[in-house]
Design a protein around this ligand. Structure first.
Ligand code: SAH
Length: 258
């Protein structure tokens, strides 16, 4: 049970959803099963579902399941293969995520460009993969050479290596954006329409009348003051419920005055 305010569930998303489901995340020789679980969770949060593990050191593993916290279906469906060639055999577009760009074998894309390129290709029916390297040593030059593109997440200078699952999270988020991410919706009970001009003018008349009645407004400066107050309340763009509350306050003052 979750009480968190949530976005529209991913299945309500426009066309991108089918494409998103076709993007394959490939983790190469992962050492820590916790990272595999955390990557699965990051994937599920962002609407991705296909995980391929190349020769993981420990899998399946209780730590992976624990860190997946609810994304264990992705772990159960994960494909385990002996080498990268097997993971990518049927893919026609492959991007490799790398913290380092020592020997650049392929064009380097920013995360947003990579998200768009992979999603577009997947939407066109292609099998596409996003490959992540080992915790300690990343991807080898030979593995990077298999990629059509490399993707680097920008970081602070001199500290470019993200945790594996966090790198998966950032790039999965870009894929979700490329698919047309759902926008947050405020809960319905908050959705009052903005006050109309007529409601605003009714409020200003009421305000002016009460401010006179309590002796706050006095003829010479009253125009300037009312102009200032109008500017203040118009800037706030109150909704009609808020105007009702303000008028309720004015009425309460009015009644005391009588
Ligand atoms: N020490 C390794 C980094 C390994 S981090 C190295 O220097 O290469 C594990 C994996 O997370 C990397 O292989 C890469 O796929 C991904 N990753 C980490 N930081 C990244 C970054 N800034 N941009 C893109 N991918 C990154």
């Amino acid at each position: 049970m979750t009480t968190e305010r949530s976005l529209d569930p991913v299945p309500e998303m426009s066309g991108g959803i089918a494409a998103l489901a076709r993007v394959r995340i490939v983790l190469v020789e992962t050492s820590h099963p916790g990272n595999i679980g955390a990557a699965a969770r990051a994937m599920k949060n962002m609407g991705l579902g296909r995980l391929t593990l190349v020769a993981p050191r420990r899998f399946p593993d209780a730590e992976a399941t624990a860190r997946a916290s609810g994304a264990d279906d992705i772990l159960q469906r994960a494909r385990v293969v002996p080498d990268l060639a097997a993971a990518l055999a049927d893919c026609s577009l492959v991007a490799g995520a790398t913290a380092r760009l020592r020997t650049i074998s392929s064009p380097v894309l920013a995360p947003r460009e990579a998200g768009t390129a992979l999603l577009e290709a997947a939407a066109g029916g292609a099998e596409v993969a996003l490959v992540f390297g080992r915790e300690r040593s990343g991807l080898t030059n030979a593995e990077m050479a298999r990629c059509h593109y490399l993707v680097q997440i920008p970081t602070a200078p001199g500290f470019s290596s993200l945790n594996l699952a966090q790198a998966v999270q950032v790039l999965a988020y870009e894929l979700l954006l490329a698919a047309g991410a759902p926008r947050p919706r405020p809960p319905d009970q908050d959705a009052y329409p903005p006050a109309t001009s007529e409601q605003m003018e009714g409020f200003f008349r009421h305000l002016e009348q009460v401010l006179y009645a309590v002796g706050f407004l006095k003829p010479p400066q009253s125009r300037t003051l009312m102009r200032r107050l109008r500017r203040l309340f118009l800037r706030a763009r109150p909704d009609c419920n808020e105007i009702n509350i303000l008028r309720g306050i004015l009425s309460a003052v009015d009644e005391r005055e009588e």
